[in-house]
Design a protein around this ligand. Structure first.
Ligand code: PGA
Length: 239
């Protein structure tokens, strides 16, 4: 794992954005995965800016979702789908066939997993993935202690349920999540882990300098070529 520390959130968002632009410049049909959550929102804004200024062409890019809360879809403010459509896909003027997203409301979740596995296989893997880091080190909904290979439905960790309230206007009975598997993440050709702000400093340290253990899923990326991109606040415990 390589670490890049940027002065602030804006610089972090822009530098990760430039990596995506470079990827699309080199391979316009890339399969890209960008996590929902708060951390990539600045990145999404920067990508929209690149699109509006015609500095990056997204017309051939393919996007796949990382995860979704089981039971939620676009109509729930704070779902991964609502977040990514409103913050990125719609402003980028993507066509529906450029987007493959988990439907957390499908009663047949196995079908959802299969759908995503097939997209990844057909594209020979994900070209570039941008991940946030959960407060417990989860990646997508790959929660501590869970071993996943491909897309899977997993029970949410207590920490994830606790943190989830920040995304929603009302209390929701969230029990499980649907997520790409750890192997699919680890096999992505470019892996970018993003973290910002002081509240992430401990989990960032555990991710980079802690034991490699599936108790902290993000630490498993120490064994890969992942690039951990953080702002100075999130990186301040790194020695
Ligand atoms: P955040 O979420 O970007 O909202 O902090 C990260 C995560 O839980 O994966």
């Amino acid at each position: 794992m390589k670490v890049e520390i940027y002065k602030d959130y804006e610089a972090l968002s822009q530098q990760v954005g430039m990596k995506i632009a470079k990827q699309l410049n080199e391979k316009p049909h890339s399969l890209i995965c960008i996590a929902g959550g708060d951390t990539p929102l600045g990145l999404c804004n920067f990508l929209i800016q690149l699109h509006q200024e015609k500095r990056c062409d997204f017309t051939n890019a393919m996007f796949i979702s990382l995860d979704e809360w089981v039971g939620l879809g676009y109509e729930t403010q704070g779902s991964c789908k609502q977040t990514l459509y409103d913050s990125l896909f719609t402003p980028l003027e993507l066509k529906e066939n450029q987007i493959h997203f988990f439907d957390g409301k499908n009663t047949n979740l196995e079908e959802e997993c299969e759908k995503m596995n097939q997209v990844i296989e057909e594209n020979h893997g994900i070209d570039l993935i941008v991940l946030g880091i959960g407060m417990n080190g989860h990646l997508g909904f790959n929660e501590p202690g869970i071993r996943t290979e491909k897309a899977t439905v997993v029970p949410l960790a207590d920490k994830t349920k606790e943190v989830s309230v920040k995304y929603f206007h009302k209390e929701l009975p969230l029990v499980s999540g649907i997520t790409l598997g750890m192997d699919q993440i680890k096999e992505a050709k470019t892996i970018i882990l993003m973290a910002a702000s002081d509240k992430k400093k401990e989990i960032v340290k555990a991710t980079v300098q802690g034991a490699v253990s599936n108790q902290v899923p993000s630490s498993l990326l120490q064994e890969t070529q992942a690039i951990l991109c953080v702002d100075e606040e999130a990186g301040k415990e790194l020695v």
